[in-house]
Design a protein around this ligand. Structure first.
Ligand code: MTE
Ligand code: HPA
Ligand code: MOS
Length: 775
């Protein structure tokens, strides 16, 4: 496909190396939790769910469940020896099982244990539960109308004199944009396998981005110390944020059942149940007002970001915070004021999803830029350029962090050139002037994305590295593999540090017994944090090995040089394996725990000031679409993407992340629609009703490139930049291109204001609305 597909087997840093699981995954030989050999006497758990969105539980009759064939037991809140709470931010607002009342349709009330999964699954449906219905709030508008109860304190960001900014603005506009939610649709559903050990010990295999959180939750629910619980995680079949906190319930149920029965217990929900009982991306309603001048330069902006949080806080606070942190995208606002509203609703508790609220913030910014463009009758790219952050001035964000590494001008200029944007836009306009049924649209938009967990304490990582006496290397670190290639990159860093080939490094499962107190693998920081920790471990071992070599060959430290395959000590060369053996014989420690914490960052949420991000990753995309104005159907004709990943550690993996992120973003914003009915029941809970992109939905022309000139200004590992989340937002260019095609039916005089996802129905309704407006 491109030159990065030449795979380098040595796995040198900054070269394309195959993902360590790639061959196993395509051959079906990569182990997921459901593939592990099952322990003797394994029991299977299944969940009994609420069938009401909000209500009091009047009575529960579980006898039919208990008497069903193959059932060996039932668990309710009464069986929990420790705390009955699994809330990720320890707000005690997320009961493991509902007891007196239910807060959403699908909330777990009990678990049933069966000798087979099928027995448990069938029995779970036989419960007789009576409810007294209470009024329920399903969406943002209903929650706002009912007074807007928040699940957690809002964030306020303010910089500059907003009132003065509006006062001097020649133009003002107000708008509202609706951005839909998204189901993670990881291919491997949530799953946990608990194996009880001696005394309090509990071993958990769980598909999770956050083994430490699983450990903490299991310990909390069983009322035992963290040290008694070990969580093991080799790889996930996708996480996308949906396994940052959402595995808690499943691990807790499996562990509780294992403790109660003394047997190993596995739990794996059906796709439909996983869909209904796990949180999704937050949908947002953003209301905004912007003041700007004749050139479209923004003077002041004010916006409220209301989001459907669901029935509990989960990560809704930090998610809506990150939306605010990204409401500037790449633009300088002389004055800005933003407020978050994580709203309580009677729906599943929404959670992390690739971008973690950031995409919703960026899309709001792009939306007001687009509105200004329509109001002034200009190309939106012109408005974008007029508002870009400066490099030395006009570079302070609404959260008072100075943007020190701005490359948006270069990224956008380069993509504008390579995508031939100007000529193609002219061609699109000419096409639209001639055609009445088909209309085309094109858009080019940038992304700037802040890298670091906004909660500063999460920005730490550990690693445990052993060099064995044959010279092979055992790697374990605090991050988890979900397909993003983290293990491959960390192994590359380690191989590079020791000067050995990649095959020398044994990648192992993430395990809380080896690396403790880990952060979630999230915020795109997996490599930045864990590779740096592994590098630190390697540094310690190398120092000891080098000192040993110097003593052995009687040379000074300055005569020691690490080369590929071993060490040069003066005139002597000793291979890495030989040196390892010699170190062991001479009682030199060949194991080390590494640690890393991100420097420079700090954040005061109550004041809304600080430096939450270590650096920014940039990107831009250009999309061209054609719509059918009679049916609303559309195709993406072409997409061009340029992504800044600093000095890429592995271009093949990074390109894969950019391609996948872009397509996942397009799916979110165009075809993936979550629909709750009047009773608060999610009606889209399977691929039959919820449309994710297929391989055939990839644009026929899809040019994805990395900004090869880019080097991280900060000394992040190898001067690379994070890549996991930012490219998802690039899918937005498709929305704006669709909007332009719709606007074409009314000579671009009216802003199309399409809510997202921009499904074919919305395109068609947009066309009709604009035709009416222009009559
Ligand atoms: N890529 C794949 N294939 N599968 C995933 O689940 N998750 C995304 C991104 N890319 C994901 C993925 C999300 S939400 C994040 S935060 C990052 O990967 C996490 O990994 P990293 O920090 O190692 O980039
Ligand atoms: N990003 C992603 N996941 C997180 C964050 C964040 O900023 N904070 C807590 N979990
Ligand atoms: Mo990613 S949403 O930070 O797991």
């Amino acid at each position: 496909m491109n030159k990065h597909q030449n795979i380098d087997n040595l796995g040198r840093l900054h070269t394309s190396t195959a993902h360590d699981s790639a061959a196993k995954q395509v051959a079906g030989r990569a182990d997921y939790i459901d593939d592990l050999p099952e322990p003797e006497g394994l029991l299977h758990a299944y969940l009994g769910l609420s069938t009401r969105a909000h209500g009091e539980i009047v009575s529960i009759d579980l006898e039919p469940v208990r008497n069903a064939p193959g059932v060996v037991g039932i668990l309710t809140a009464a069986d929990i020896p420790g705390e009955a709470d699994i809330s990720s931010v320890h707000k005690h607002d997320e009961p493991m099982f509902a007891t007196t009342h239910v807060q959403y349709h699908g909330q777990p009330i009990f678990a049933v244990l069966g000798v087979t999964r099928e027995a448990a699954r069938r029995a779970a449906r036989l419960a007789k539960i009576e409810y007294r219905d209470l009024p329920h709030l399903t969406d943002v508008d209903a929650a706002l109308a009912a007074g807007g109860k928040l699940v957690t304190e809002p964030l306020k960001l303010e910089r500059g004199d907003v009132a003065a900014g509006f006062a001097k603005s020649k133009h003002r506009l107000k708008g509202r944009t609706v951005i839909g939610g998204q189901e993670h649709f990881y291919l491997e559903s949530q799953i946990a396998l608990a194996i009880p050990g001696e005394d309090d010990e509990m071993l958990i295999h769980c598909s999770t981005q956050h083994p430490t959180e699983i450990q903490v939750m299991v310990a909390q629910v069983l009322g035992i110390p963290h040290a008694a619980v070990t969580v093991n995680m080799r790889r996930m079949g996708g996480g996308f944020g949906g396994k940052e906190t959402q595995g808690n319930l499943f691990a807790a149920v499996a562990a509780l059942a294992a403790r109660r029965t003394g047997k190993a217990v596995k739990i794996r929900p059906d796709r439909d149940d996983d869909f209904m009982i796990t949180g999704k991306r937050h949908d947002f309603v953003v209301e905004y007002e912007v003041g700007y001048d004749d050139n479209g330069k923004i003077e002041a902006v004010e916006a409220t970001f209301a989001a459907r949080a669901g029935y509990s806080a989960d990560l809704s606070g930090p998610v809506t915070d990150r939306a605010l942190f990204h409401a500037d995208n790449a633009y300088w606002y002389p004055a800005a004021r933003f407020v978050s509203k994580p709203l309580y609703t009677n729906t599943v508790s929404n959670t992390a999803f690739r971008g973690f609220g950031g995409p919703q913030g960026i899309i709001a910014a792009e939306r007001w830029i687009e509105e200004i463009a329509y109001a002034l009758g200009k190309d939106s790219l012109e408005i974008r350029k007029a508002n870009f952050y400066g490099t030395d001035t006009d570079n302070v964000t609404p959260y008072h962090q100075t943007v020190e590494d701005n490359v948006v001008h270069r990224v956008v200029a380069e993509l504008e050139e390579t995508s031939d944007y100007k000529a193609r836009r002219a061609a699109v306009l000419a096409f639209n002037a001639k055609n009445t049924v088909l209309k085309k649209g094109i858009a080019l938009a940038p992304v700037k994305f802040g890298i670091s967990f906004t909660a500063t304490w999460h920005n730490q990582a550990g690693a445990l590295v052993h060099v064995y006496r044959d010279g092979s290397i055992h790697l374990s670190h605090g991050g988890t593999e979900m397909g993003q290639g983290l293990h491959t990159k960390v192994a590359q860093v380690l191989a590079d540090a020791f000067g050995v080939s990649l095959s020398t490094v044994q990648i192992t499962a993430s395990n809380t017994g080896k690396v403790p107190n880990t952060s979630a693998t999230a915020a795109s920081s997996g490599t930045d944090l864990n590779a740096a920790a592994a590098w630190d471990a390697a540094r310690q071992i190398k120092e000891r090995m080098a000192a040993h070599a110097a003593a052995l060959y009687e040379v000074g430290p300055e005569d020691i040089a690490w080369e590929f395959g071993g060490i040069r000590a003066g005139q002597q060369f000793v291979s890495f394996g030989e040196l390892a053996t010699s170190c062991w014989m001479n009682r030199v420690q060949l194991s080390a725990a590494g640690f890393y914490k991100t420097p420079k960052i700090h954040w005061d949420r109550s004041k809304g000031t600080g430096r939450p991000f270590y650096y920014f990753a940039y990107g831009a995309s250009c999309a061209e679409v054609t719509i059918d104005t009679l049916t609303g159907e559309y195709v993406i004709d072409r997409a061009d993407v340029l992504e800044d990943v600093g000095r890429s550690l592995n271009p093949a993996i990074d390109i894969g992340q950019v391609e996948g992120g872009f397509i996942q973003g397009v799916g979110w914003l165009t075809t993936e629609e979550l629909v709750w009915d009047a009773k608060g029941v999610l009606r889209t809970h399977a691929p039959s009703t919820y449309k994710i992109p297929l391989a055939s939905d990839v644009p026929p022309v899809f040019n994805v490139r990395l900004a090869e000139w880019s080097v991280n200004k900060e000394p992040a590992i190898g001067r690379s930049k994070a890549v996991g989340e930012p490219p998802l937002v690039l899918g937005y260019a498709v929305v704006e291109a669709l909007s332009m095609a719709v606007a074409a039916v009314a000579e671009y005089k009216h802003p199309p204001r399409l809510d997202m996802p921009v499904t074919p129905e919305r395109v068609l309704m947009g066309v009709e609305r604009l035709r009416k407006a222009s009559r």
